[in-house]
Design a protein around this ligand. Sequence first.
Ligand code: KG4
Ligand code: ZN
Length: 360
Amino acid sequence: MNSLEQPIFLGIESSCDDLGMALVQNGEVLAESLSSSMDEHSKFGGVIPEIASRAHLEALDAVYDDLIKKTQSKFPSFSLRDVAAIGVTANPGLIGCLSVGANFAKGLSFGSDKPLYALNHVHGHILAASLSHPLPKDFLALIVSGGHSSLFIVRNFADQSTQISFEEIGSTLDDAAGEAFDKVGRLLGLKYPAGPEIDRFAQSGEVKINFPLPLTEPKFMKEHRYDFSFSGLKTAAVRELEKLSLSDDLLKSNRLKDEGITLEDFCASFAKSVASVLTLKTMWASDEFNLGTIVIGGGFSANSQLRNCLKSACEDKGKELIVPEIKYCTDNGSMIANLTEKMFQQSFPDSILDFSVRSI
Ligand code: KG4
Ligand code: ZN
């Protein structure tokens, strides 16, 4: 049962094109507010940092006021005084965007004398699934988004007496999974971000093209066993489209000439390759490090081909798969408020007020 008597945590996320703020108590979202500048970037085919940071600056007051109003509809006397600690994304992300959120959080912290945590965005994604599902003490996390494809060993989540640790055992050498989807989607004439669109088309297609499974060959096992690389796959997709003599308006014709391959088939084949690589390496790591639970997060973790592929691999191997709610896959304030609560509960030291934001 939520009440103002128990600690409440404020989280602020502004690392890319979304500005999110939320309040969390006992791993449960009390209220959340989000402003996305996505539509402003769509016409450019990608996020324009200057547009995103300006949009955040313009939306700050409205998002914060909306959050307070939503909380007061549950607890009429609620104010910032009832918050135990404030957390904000400090890295990685777009510097201008991060600065807007960080400076706002610093102002709130200074004005209210509340502890402030400068937090890692990817760690927020890792724990996002805990907003709807209990997590075990130790687990393997696969974080896939527009900027990241990484595998982490997470230890001491469900343990108040020690501190959680996040050990990255592999990451992308070039494009992230979401980025590869967005870039291939652009070639197909799809609107940015193309990830959800490719997912949708792929659901009704058949796998007819054998795309490669990058970095899975034996020669890469020593140095890059848990790393990912999707830029070669993107090039393979371009070549395939050329070979199929892609018509200028694929979306209208909905058919790749001469081969009987539809847009849906192309998307299903491409999505299958990305999902297979992510699943293969995740299962290898869960075996090698003896971790029976796999947690996924990040915008791409909403992808149905990845979810299906991981689900059946986990069923085969008797492993548990924990997925976040779709709305907590992409960037949001709740995952940062949730991480703030974890830092506070496990007695992590709070940050100095003049901390710097970082792009990596
Ligand atoms: O986590 P996120 O909101 O931002 C980053 O931290 O990057 O992830 C956004 C990314 C975009 O590349 C988007 O295309 C991708 O997640 N995405 C998807 C799906 N939903 C979002 N990719 C494939 N299938 C989806 N259903
Ligand atoms: Zn993200």
